[in-house]
Design a protein around this ligand. Structure first.
Ligand SMILES: [Zn+2]
Length: 171
């Protein structure tokens, strides 16, 4: 990006003397105009928590799930996921999305009889970075865990920081 030369040094010094408040505002506007947008969200903003935080925050639950499924399949896991189906009148649009599984069933159920992992089946509940499992999901997860099935709630930061790979590899 070309540097903005609207406020060369001499002019800036004069402005600060004449009207410090207006000068401050003008400098801020120039700084903003010359700032690079965040490569993740596109906003001209410096995230205090960093770019990784923004990337995690931008990733949808759907994208996270797709990436986990992709990695799991490449490692030989068979992945069952409870999709959603539309039940209703397609012409009028009346109806609702239903899931064929029980309420609260985790997003993904993975099976791999030949994995080196100690577990051959486990479940994953995908959440966006700030999402929390709801009451039904917590109830079903607790039930599955009580039955000896391992599982995890995973978020975009888990993908970026390697926890998804670790779980899929049984590390
Ligand atoms: Zn951003």
């Amino acid at each position: 990006m070309q540097p903005d030369l609207t406020f060369p040094l001499a002019r800036s010094a004069a402005m600060i003397e004449e009207d410090p408040k207006a000068a401050k505002e003008a400098f801020a506007a120039v700084a903003k105009a010359n700032a690079e947008p965040c490569p993740s969200c596109g906003k001209v903003i410096r995230h205090r928590k960093g770019l990784d935080w923004c990337r995690d925050d931008q990733m949808s639950e759907r994208t996270l799930q797709d990436r986990i499924v992709d990695r799991a399949k490449r490692r030989g896991w068979t992945v069952a996921h409870a999709g959603k189906g539309w039940v209703g009148n397609h012409e009028t649009g009346e109806g609702q999305f239903i899931t064929p599984m029980m309420k609260g069933w985790p997003d993904l159920f993975l099976m791999n009889p030949t994995t080196k992992a100690a577990y051959k089946v486990f479940f994953i509940e995908c959440k966006d970075q700030s999402g929390q499992p709801d009451e039904d999901q917590v109830r079903v997860m607790k039930l599955l865990i009580a039955c000896g099935i391992k599982g995890a709630v995973l978020r975009p930061s888990d993908l970026r920081e390697g926890r998804v790979n670790a779980i899929l590899d049984g590390r």
